[in-house]
Design a protein around this ligand. Sequence first.
Ligand code: AGP
Length: 598
Amino acid sequence: MCGIVGYSGHRRASEVLMDGLKRLEYRGYDSAGIAMVEDGHLALAKKQGELNVLQKTLPKFEGHTGIGHTRWATCGRPSDRNAHPFISCDGRLAIVHNGIIENYSALREKLEAEGHNFTSETDTEVIVHLLEHHYKGDLRQALTDTVSDVQGTYAIAAVKEGSEEIAAARKENPLVIGLGVKENFLASDVTALLSYTNKVLYILDGETVLLTPNGVTLHDQDGAEIQREPTVVTWSAEDAQKGGFEHFMLKEIFEGPNSIHNTLLGALDMIENGEVLPRIEFQSVKLVACGSSYHAAMVGKYAMEEFAGVPTTLELASEYRYSPGAREDPLVILITQSGETADTLAAAREARRRGCRTLAVTNVVGSTITREVDEVLYTRAGPEIGVAATKTFLTQLLAMYMLAIRIGYGNGTLSHDSMRSALSSLRQSSNFVQSVLNDVHSIEEVSRMLDNAVHCFFIGRNINYPTMLEGALKLKEISYIHAEGFAAGELKHGPLALLDSTTPVIAVAIKGDHTYEKMLANISEVAARDSPVLGVGVEGDNDLARLCEKMIYLPRVKPMFSPIPVTVALQVLSYYVANRRGCSIDKPKNLAKSVTVE
Ligand code: AGP
């Protein structure tokens, strides 16, 4: 969630750094700062609050080399003095850091005893003092020595007075170099670089890098220089802009059909040819994830059992690593759109430690998870800036179906014809999503039902139980309305006590699903408590409409694939409610796009 940028070249570095930090805002932050090499000396500017607070107080820096940071507090509260960058006691070195230094207390004690004066409450500050301790004229070597003293995770960038050099190192936090002509860039996220270059070098764990306007050198953890071919990023800077929509979230919802297309592109052929998951000799599957990705995993369980007949269990990533692990799971699938979620990364490591085969489903090429697992399936949804997962969640659903179909075909549960028919339903799913999007204004209209709600319930059964959990998560995270999702059959075991005319209930019932009649019965129970019901069902379903105050109609879809249009309809619903309430939709309070702390 913290962001790093660095620049050394011919431009005014402060402008490049502020622009890069702006593009990283979506990651979530509470303070920001930059360190510049100005007239041979280091100059610092940092402030608690949004970037415009920093911008207002920024001196007119002229230098061409600098580093910048957006901080999301983990150790030490948000404040000016806890903001990065940090400068050494002699004022000659400055650093920014993402991650957590676990042994910082012991290091701080030792450094203070040596006379280093600390000015903040952060773990990060030990890094600049260690760097000062080790610095003997070679910045990269000093950083190498520094990281060998620390335990924890990091992406670090360092500058020194009178120099165009930036040294950087990483462990379990992303870092990428952007290559230009007589200028080079550094960032924690490729989004910060795209308006300058699309040629990048991904830094791997344990590596250090030295960057100047004229070149970039990479070293492995033994200090040996390494060569790496640059990767050309196909995302354009424009991909990461709002493209005429009021919010990134709405733009990203509307990108759903195209994202689905990209997710399926190539992968369908690979499934038919058995190239995805080439080895399928396992008896059970475990799905591990956090937040929305966990809801995708829940849909995955239904799909896996339906299409592949494989017993499938679920675990939250934050719980998995501490679970007893009594039985080894032959295949552990980790789902994380960012590929950087700390809990999911820890779970991946634990799964491998337990000897499980691991597969990651992620959206971000080159993200940390891709290096922690045996196999990767990319969702290819494109960059998602809004904190609320929308198109990335949708494409995770597609990935779940694809994997289930692949495994089912591979283990003989699905015949060739059934496999092709299931894949053809997936192909059609972008049309279903498009048809929901063609009618967003009727969803906008019915969403007014929720405007004055303090509490909202979302209910569904079977494969639409998880989509209702996701619907509730979406509403609460962007509108701040208290929303809870329930398996509809559970209402009478407690939650029904909370229902009255002030609590709207959003209920999904897909005609043709084997739980449809039961859903109608549950909706009747709700209506009998005077709760206004917003029904979500297929076009022409008058039985459902009769029980509901308002309706969201979906195209006629096979029940098994209904989570795809249901998800999009509920994303749109939440969006309009939050927008009328004037909420900070793309950056909800207290939340961050990628949660890189456990
Ligand atoms: C959903 O809108 C949230 N942004 C959040 O629940 C998210 O899904 C969770 O933090 C997991 O993120 P990941 O997919 O990047 O691992």
